[in-house]
Write a protein that binds this ligand. Structure first.
Ligand code: SAM
Length: 219
């Protein structure tokens, strides 16, 4: 369904893997800890959507007893993820699943926790994607889906470095983590009828928190 796969081919995956292991490396433990501290979900099934090189999946698995499904539609990203998961000694805790967020190959009510960083800005149809996310979320489960760098210090340091490397990145990032996107995602969640959600917008980034209270599809 998605037509932006080229961006995440071998070259894109190599670049993402490299930056995740260097400049972005400090953000994943901080984001993972933010998630654990905020929700206290440490057991059951977690899905990391658009998991890329699996840095966030690894950081969450390392701080919990969650079984993590690293979902991505890019085989090249999964190649990098597979190496990183093995190197982290996490092969028994993190499973790779090839699939598109618009048609998640998992049963209804699968996940206690659904996380995703830096992926939703690339999704073709956010209404369809979030309907799918709601479907696979368990009643009582929650999401933390969006983008950001964990805290203000990391955000400011990484932004300065990224802008030095690529001046266009400033506009790209400001567009993603913006009041306009808060409004766009809020409208989408209301339109698809998600009964209970919140949007975090601040130093930690822009994150969508959905609390699913009952089983069954959206209206
Ligand atoms: N979450 C990782 C991180 O923060 O390091 C990777 C972020 S990378 C910028 C975006 C990821 O989302 C890529 O791995 C890409 O393949 C994945 N992605 C984009 N659109 C997707 C879709 N429709 N379904 C599944 N994965 C998708």
């Amino acid at each position: 369904m998605a037509d932006n796969t080229k961006r995440f081919d071998k070259k894109g995956a190599g670049g993402m893997d490299e930056i995740a292991k260097t400049l972005f490396a400090p953000i994943y433990p901080v984001i993972a800890q933010n998630i654990i501290d905020r929700f206290g979900i440490t057991r059951g099934t977690c899905i990391d959507i658009g998991s890329g090189p699996a840095s966030l999946a690894i950081a969450v698995a390392a701080r919990s007893d969650l079984e993590v499904i690293a979902l991505d539609f890019s085989g090249d990203m999964h190649e990098a993820a597979s190496r990183n998961i093995a190197n982290a000694g996490m092969s028994d805790r993190i499973r790779l699943l090839c699939g598109d967020v618009h048609d998640i190959p998992l049963a209804d009510d699968t996940a206690d926790l659904i996380i995703s960083r830096g992926s939703m800005f690339f999704w073709d149809d956010i209404h369809c994607a979030f309907r799918e996310i709601y479907r696979v979320l368990k009643p009582g489960g929650t999401t933390y889906i969006g983008g950001g760098f964990g805290n203000r210090e990391l955000r400011d340091a990484i932004a300065a470095d990224m802008i030095r490397r690529n001046p266009d990145w400033k506009e790209f990032n400001e567009k993603n983590i913006s009041p306009e996107n808060v409004a766009r995602f809020r409208t989408m969640l209301e339109e698809i009828g998600v009964p209970s959600f919140a949007i975090i917008y601040g130093d930690e980034g822009l994150w969508i928190v959905i609390a699913k209270t009952a089983s069954g599809p959206l209206p």
